[in-house]
Design a binder for this molecule. Structure first.
Ligand SMILES: N[C@@H](CCC(=O)N[C@@H](CS)C(=O)NCC(=O)O)C(=O)O
Length: 226
């Protein structure tokens, strides 16, 4: 990607277990698109909070990631929309999109993407909430979300058998893997174990060895506060 282009702005936070901005940083790294990271705090501080007036001008939903592209004037939020924007505009050779072009190939890509965005992702977020943030302990709800996350891990484990743990879609690593990576990497924060999921364990090790993944985490962690 042209190094003279104006960098995109990825809005994120440095909270080590916040998975959504990381996915987009991995995609930007994989596509070699220049970007800078602006880091916001949780909360409603008007200047630096994701629920503060300044950030709400960028994403009225008050969550990260958000992505601004000075080259096109586009602002995206919701990690799925950010990812698909990057694929449409910055992946003309389709290096991270669906590996095939049949109707089934396209659906296969989307179904795993949506499975993360609507199942594993929100269940993991709820588990985090009840484990770490909810003021009142609620063991029932915590157990419910643990069971839901493990159920999703089971579905993913079976899928990964097709590639012997190398990628979620059998052909190659795609944006789908980028969506899942930070969610699975956070399993220890949720007190979960991968002992019963050897394919997921192997896949996570392989993903963690990738330069784009390592760079993405490093850039988000090292970004300066907005
Ligand atoms: N569905 C959204 C979820 C975004 C999200 O929940 N982001 C978290 C950080 S990983 C956040 O901004 N939380 C701040 C808050 O809830 O106030 C996406 O995929 O982008």
């Amino acid at each position: 990607m042209a190094s003279h282009m104006k960098p995109l702005i990825l809005h994120a936070h440095a909270h080590a277990n916040g998975p959504d901005p990381v996915k987009i940083a991995i995609a930007l790294e994989a596509l070699k698109v220049p970007y800078i990271v602006k880091q916001w705090d949780f909360g409603n501080d008007p200047e630096i909070g994701v629920k503060g007036s300044e950030f709400l001008k960028i994403n009225e939903n008050g969550r990260v990631p958000a992505l601004e592209d000075p080259a096109t004037g586009v602002t995206a939020w919701e990690s799925g929309a950010c990812m698909n924007y990057l694929r449409r505009v910055y992946d003309p050779g389709n290096t991270i999109g669906p590996p095939g072009s049949s109707a089934q190939d396209l659906v296969d890509f989307e179904k795993w993407e949506y499975f993360l965005l609507t199942n594993l992702g929100p269940m993991t977020a709820q588990l985090n909430w009840f484990k770490h943030l909810n003021a009142q302990k609620n063991e029932d709800l915590q157990q419910k979300y643990i069971a839901q996350v493990y159920r999703s891990y089971g579905v993913l484990e079976t899928q990964l058998q097709q590639s012997d743990g190398t990628s979620i879609l059998p052909a190659r690593v795609t944006a789908v893997d980028f969506h899942f990576e930070p969610y699975i990497r956070g399993h220890t924060f949720e007190g979960l174990s991968l002992e019963k999921y050897p394919m997921i364990h192997k896949w996570l090790e392989l993903m963690g060895a990738r330069e784009d993944v390592q760079e993405a985490y490093a850039k988000i962690r090292n970004s300066a506060k907005k």
